[in-house]
Structure formats: C-alpha cells, structure tokens
Design a protein around this ligand. Structure first.
Ligand code: ZN
Length: 265
C-alpha cells in the first residue's frame, strides 16, 4: 500500500471532485496499481508545481487517494499523521488556537503507544506551503519516519528516526525552553546565549550535556520542531540586557512574553 492510499483510507476515503475513468496502469504519483484513475489533465492546473517530480512512471492517471490529496489544495494537508482509522492534522505550537488540531508532541505520544507493526505516514513541516505529501513513505511505529521539512535547519527529506528517542528528547528540551532559551540555542548550543547561560551556568551545563549527544542523531530535528512550552510555562523569554527580574505569573501581565511563537531561529 502506498503512503497516500494509507492516508486516504485513514481519513475514511473521502470523495474527490474529479471524474475517474477505466485504466490499467499505476498511479503517476504513488505508483499504486490502478484499474480506475483520474486523468492528469484534471489534476494539472497552471499552478501545479513539481510536475516532473510528482507525475511519473509513464502514467497519465492518479489514484483516488492522490486525487483527494491534490484536491486539498495549497497548504493542505500540512502537518499530519495517519494511522489505521485516523488521519490527524497536527500543529507545531503548543499554543495553537486551532481546536481541532493537536500539537505534535501529543500526537507522537499516542502513536508511540501503538504496536510496532502499526502502519503510519505523515509530514512534519515548519512551512505548510510546499506540497510534501507525495514524498511520504509508509512507515511503522517500530520503524518510524516522517517527511521532515524545516528550511530553518536546511532539512527537507524523508527521515527515519526512533519515535521513543524523539519523545524522550522532547522531554529534555522542555526545561531549557521554559527557561527562555530559543530553539536556535538548543540547536547550536545553549552557551551561545551568553547572557542567559552565565546567569545560571550550572543548569546551562547540565541541559547542554543532555542535549549535545543527540544533535547529530536523526531524531534531533523532529524533536526540536515538536518541542515547546505553553506560554504560561515560559519564563524570562525576553533576552534582557538589564538585571534579572523574577517573572510575574503571565496572568498578572507583569512580564509579557515578547512573542507568541518565536521563529525557530
Ligand atoms: Zn496515488
């Protein structure tokens, strides 16, 4: 089964707006063998990008699953993960106002609890604009992977990584993020944030020693993308040149965080 068909099936095989016809070929996008397909002429629009990448195998048709995904349009499906019977749209920020989307960290924890042979497919991206779903491969919980796209880290690839290692590392990232370190500092090294790290060198060294062994591992970037703290848990997010001020509880408005979701860099 292709990742696209797995995803479409997980979503409940929703209808697509195209007319299909009999054919005997493979899907031009996901290579699944098909007896009925949607002609590429219906899928192609003047703005369809990556024709050469996504219309392949000498085929002139796509399967209903890929047709549905093409019909979703730009920016969709964005971040998602599909397991049997469920396609879930996810978000990076823990402070999302979108009530029907959970943060990655919650979705990953649920998936990690599934049996290792459970099939899974998904995209984790910091930019929902590029069409990434055709690049997804079918993975399992035990041999996990996602298409990971984060131009901030120069990553856009299908990436296999350990799901449990990723979740463990997200946990290790929480304390330094809550202490106000940026994701860029987690990526490059906490000591680059001189003002913050020198204020409490003990914890800076401790956290840095926990993160450092993972930086070259495949699960590091996915963990960094998914990691976060809720605004109210964040302390001292503003890089201060002045003296250290004990942050007030967010509700009092005494110490306003300077941004909702800082850029990854
Ligand atoms: Zn297909």
């Amino acid at each position: 089964m292709s990742a696209a068909i797995h995803t479409w099936t997980a979503a409940g095989m929703p209808v697509h707006p195209y007319q299909q016809e009999a054919c005997d070929t493979v899907c031009a996008t996901c290579a699944a063998p098909i007896k009925y397909g949607i002609p590429l002429a219906q899928i192609e629009t003047p703005t369809t990008a990556n024709h050469a990448d996504y219309f392949r195998f000498g085929s002139k048709h796509v399967c209903p699953a890929c047709a549905w995904l093409y019909a979703a349009g730009k920016g969709r499906p964005g971040n998602y993960i599909a397991t049997p019977g469920r396609m879930e749209y996810t978000v990076i920020s823990l402070d999302s106002v979108v009530t029907d989307k959970r943060p990655w960290v919650d979705a990953l924890a649920d998936v990690a609890a599934m049996p290792p042979e459970t099939p899974v497919a998904g995209v984790m991206t910091t930019d929902v604009k590029p069409r990434l779903w055709p690049r997804v491969r079918l993975a399992t919980v035990g041999r996990f992977g996602l298409y990971v796209h984060a131009s901030e880290y120069d990553v856009s690839e299908w990436r296999e990584f350990g799901l449990h290692a990723c979740i463990d590392l997200i946990g290790k990232m929480t304390a330094p993020l809550a202490a106000g370190y940026s994701k860029a500092s987690l990526y490059h090294g906490l000591l680059r944030d001189y003002a913050r790290s020198t204020r409490c060198l003990g914890s800076a060294w401790e956290w840095e020693s926990q993160l450092a062994p993972h930086r070259s591992e495949p699960h590091f970037i996915p963990a960094l993308i998914a990691a976060g703290v809720k605004k109210e848990s964040k302390r001292d997010v503003k890089p201060t040149a002045g003296p250290y001020i004990n942050p007030q509880p967010a509700a009092t408005g005494g110490h306003q965080p300077n941004q909702a979701q800082p850029g990854l860099f």
